[in-house]
Design a protein around this ligand. Structure first.
Ligand code: ARG
Length: 460
């Protein structure tokens, strides 16, 4: 086993089981690239501030660049007994360039180092997730664009409520995902301050330039308080929450698509390329991608709860508990990114069964509100109109007939004000077209929505 960097104070070496138990390498080796970048910024600053000799700094820079290269070429073999990625990198550097490598850690600690590395990792992972969510939003926009006139039942309580266009329905999901993506970007802005130079917890006696390392690493500013910098992980929890919201939005979309894809609904058919079969039932074509995405929501929310529980009640500042912060949110971000990418493909390849949607729309009393609105145009107060239509609907149910199939005489039993223009007033196509309030389902209103959503996508 390699020798720990802090072994000086210890008489005996660590037990192997201690090494294995405390190592975080299996998780934090994913941050190797960011660790090298952080070290490069740090050593350049040490040189500029004349804290270490220029020639040592140059040789450290050379060594770090070589390590970055090796990492890119095919990875670096790391030693689990060296605890974590930070130690591994420093040991490798020193093996490569000699004792000068030992000067890299001047004025810094693994506590500020790990916080910095993790923020850099998360910045990239979050941007990847945003891109994936944006891709899904574009798929939804495409389906909306292509189906501006397709009408299906709009539901509340899973009961037929009012007719809507498929475009309007898809855009409802798109705007929800848009807020999810923006939430990630908000979190990015808030966390984009550099902890490097906070050292172990109290700052350092060396004349370091924190603004310089912050700038080099693309952070907005250095963090303001060294204890907060090494002891807080709210940025991680916030991202775990943001990922949970994406998972919930995905899960809701998937649930609907699974229903729509069923024999009972038959509103859509998922593409063969994004469906799976059964090992026993030859006829089966299953929506497994949507089901798995819905299922993975559990793990993503679990990661949020893990972060909340791990950090609850921790005293300031750094505590080793914080090493448990990485796996949950790394997993969550990968999960929602993968799911969003897959669902973008599922959505963009669904086959829409337009006639089945229309048939469902016409099968009940989805235009009852429009009949009430019609009576209002004839001077009936809305509350009274609501009662009249309610009675009309009850009559239809008792006589197994739909509103559209009533004769004028039958309508007039409930209100003498009904005229022959009632038929066009309750035709579902007209019901949809007339809902042209801002944000409503009419094709004209939906066009505005699609344009706004596309502008949002470009900004993101
Ligand atoms: N591996 C640790 C982590 O992920 C960073 C090292 C800090 N360790 C320490 N004993 N102070 O949080």
């Amino acid at each position: 086993a390699g020798k720990a960097l802090w072994s000086g104070r210890f008489k005996d070496g660590m037990d192997d089981s201690t090494l294995e138990f405390t190592s975080s390498l299996d998780v934090d080796s994913k941050m190797a690239f960011y660790d090298i970048m952080g070290s490069l910024a740090h050593v350049r600053m040490l040189k500029a501030c004349k804290i270490i000799p220029a020639e040592d700094a140059d040789s450290i820079v050379g060594g770090l660049k070589k390590l970055a290269h090796q990492l890119e070429e095919g990875g670096l073999d790391m030693d689990y007994s060296l605890e974590d990625v930070h130690t591994n990198m420093e040991v490798k550097l020193t093996e490569m360039i000699g004792p000068a490598g030992g000067k890299l850690h001047t004025g810094r600690s693994r506590n500020d180092q790990v916080a910095t590395d993790f923020k850099m990792y998360l910045r990239d992972a979050v941007l990847n997730a945003v891109e994936a969510v944006n891709g899904l939003i574009r798929s939804l926009q495409d389906v909306a664009n292509g189906n501006r006139d397709v009408i299906l039942p709009g539901y509340t309580h899973m009961q037929h409520a009012q007719p809507v266009t498929l475009a309007h329905h898809m855009m409802a999901h798109a705007f929800r995902f848009g807020r999810d993506a923006d939430r990630f970007l908000d979190a990015f802005e808030r966390m984009n301050k550099c902890p490097l130079g906070s050292a172990a917890l109290a700052g350092t006696t060396y004349p370091i330039d924190r603004k310089m390392t912050s700038d080099l690493l693309g952070f907005r500013d250095p963090t303001e308080n060294s204890m907060d910098s090494v002891g807080s992980r709210d940025f991680v929890t916030e991202i775990a929450f943001d990922a949970s919201m994406v998972a919930i939005s995905l899960s809701s979309l998937c649930e609907e698509l699974i229903l729509w894809n069923s024999q009972e609904f038959k509103y859509i058919e998922m593409d063969d390329r994004y469906s799976t079969g059964s090992s026993i039932m030859p006829q089966k074509k299953n929506p497994d991608i949507a089901e798995l995405t819905r299922g993975k929501t559990g793990g993503v929310i679990g990661s949020l709860v893990a972060m909340l529980m791990t950090t609850k009640g921790l005293p300031l500042s750094y505590n080793r508990d914080l090493q448990e912060d990485k796996k949950p949110v790394m997993d969550s971000l990968k999960t929602v990114t993968d799911c969003a990418r897959m669902m973008a493909k599922v959505v963009s390849t669904i086959k829409i069964n337009e006639s089945r949607m229309l048939e469902a729309t016409n099968s009940g009393f989805i235009n009852a509100t429009d009949l009430a609105d019609y009576l209002v145009t004839k001077g009936v107060p809305f509350r009274e109109a609501h009662g009249i239509v309610g009675e009309t609907v009850r009559y239809c149910i008792e006589n197994k007939i739909s509103l559209d199939n009533l004769t004028l005489d039958q309508f007039r039993k409930f209100s003498p004000l009904v005229d022959s223009d009632v038929f066009s007033a309750i035709a579902v196509k007209n019901c949809v077209e007339r809902r042209d309030s801002y944000g409503g389902t009419s094709p004209a209103s939906t066009d505005v929505e699609i344009t706004l959503s596309m502008q949002d996508s470009m900004r993101r």
